[in-house]
Design a protein around this ligand. Structure first.
Ligand code: 8YV
Length: 317
């Protein structure tokens, strides 16, 4: 009998789904109308869970899966999983570490460029047929140069380092903060986030959310200043969103490029009318290449755990 695996989020790569279906009895939770009844029906037999980084799994749901042997997160953020509880039960919680680094860093640079150079606002201006109507050069405000900016990276893990590499290639001066200096990183380490914000034209958030919830608030945005930009490709809850809306509205910062939000898929409505804000829908790892590599890592984690081996990407065992 094939092991039963509960899948909390869809995977968009057909080859990965084919492999999952060949190896396991897939229980696609996200397709169920009555999730409660579904867990009553299949919960006892579930040996593996696949979930997304943002979705994670609640402790309450894990408690209803007595045969659970592995939680494979199809992502790198494990902040939505109760790791201490998993550890207590001896359940490996795995991530897809390294699989999405380059794409997430590309998105950070894409958002920085799009925000500073007004790419989306000007795209709308052209599409809406406004250029012939307002052909004067002054109809579109001048943009902000990205090359040579002072870039502050918050969280110098794999993604932070990949962002640093790209920013340096644009001639940017890179500084960073983290819980401690990161070995092998040559950029200047600034322990206090506020000082980093003061020294930066753009802050790029690359930190895990579990130890950093709400760290970007009015005080930090004020330190970033009127000419400053905030880029977030990590987690929405790193930011106090109402402080951010207020800072953008009052001109306390110059703009923001955001891929992630506190209450996805709900985005603060106030941002929709702001041309100095570029919005994405949690898309940083959403390439065929990353999602295929991530899916392969999920498959490897399930295979190891269900064969009684410790998965290489386990954080809890
Ligand atoms: C993914 C993420 O969108 O890696 C993470 O933690 O949030 C994202 O890259 C998500 O995990 C896909 O399911």
């Amino acid at each position: 009998m094939k092991p039963e695996v509960l899948q909390l989020n869809p995977i968009l790569v057909p080859s990965i789904n084919e492999k999952l279906d060949a190896l396991y009895t897939m229980r696609r939770y996200y397709e169920q109308e009555d999730k409660e009844a579904y867990i009553r029906e299949v919960g006892q037999r579930i040996r593996g869970v696949i979930t997304g980084g943002h979705t994670g799994i609640s402790r309450a749901l894990m408690e209803r899966l007595p045969s659970l042997e592995v939680v494979a997160v199809n992502g790198v953020g494990t902040d939505a999983v109760d790791l201490a509880y998993a550890r207590q039960r001896g359940i490996p919680v795995t991530g897809t570490f390294g699989a999405l680094t380059e794409d997430v860093a590309d998105m950070a640079l894409g958002l920085l460029l799009a925000t500073c150079r007004n790419l989306c606002a000007v795209d709308r201006f052209v599409r809406d047929g406004l250029w012939p109507e307002f052909p004067q050069p002054g109809s579109i405000p001048l943009a902000r140069r990205v090359s040579g900016m002072q870039v502050g990276i918050v969280g110098m893990g794999r993604v932070g380092q990949a962002v640093a590499k790209r920013a340096a290639a644009f001639g940017c001066m890179v500084r960073y903060t983290d819980l401690q200096p990161i070995a092998g990183v040559g950029h200047e380490f600034i322990p206090e986030l506020r000082r980093l914000a003061e020294a930066s034209d753009a802050l790029v958030l690359c930190a895990a959310a579990d130890k950093a919830e709400g760290i970007i608030d009015a005080r930090i945005l004020e330190a970033l200043g009127k000419g400053g930009y905030l880029i977030n490709i990590a987690r929405g809850r790193l930011v106090n969103e109402s402080d951010l809306v207020h800072a953008l509205r009052s001109g306390a910062i110059a703009g923001a490029g955001l891929d992630v939000f506190v209450d996805e898929p709900n985005v603060p409505q106030e941002l929709f009318a702001m041309d100095n804000v570029v919005l994405q829908a949690h898309r940083a790892s959403a390439t065929v290449e990353s999602r295929t590599a991530m899916g392969e890592m999920v498959l490897a984690s399930l295979a190891d755990a269900l064969a009684g081996r410790r998965p290489a990407m386990s954080l809890t065992t």
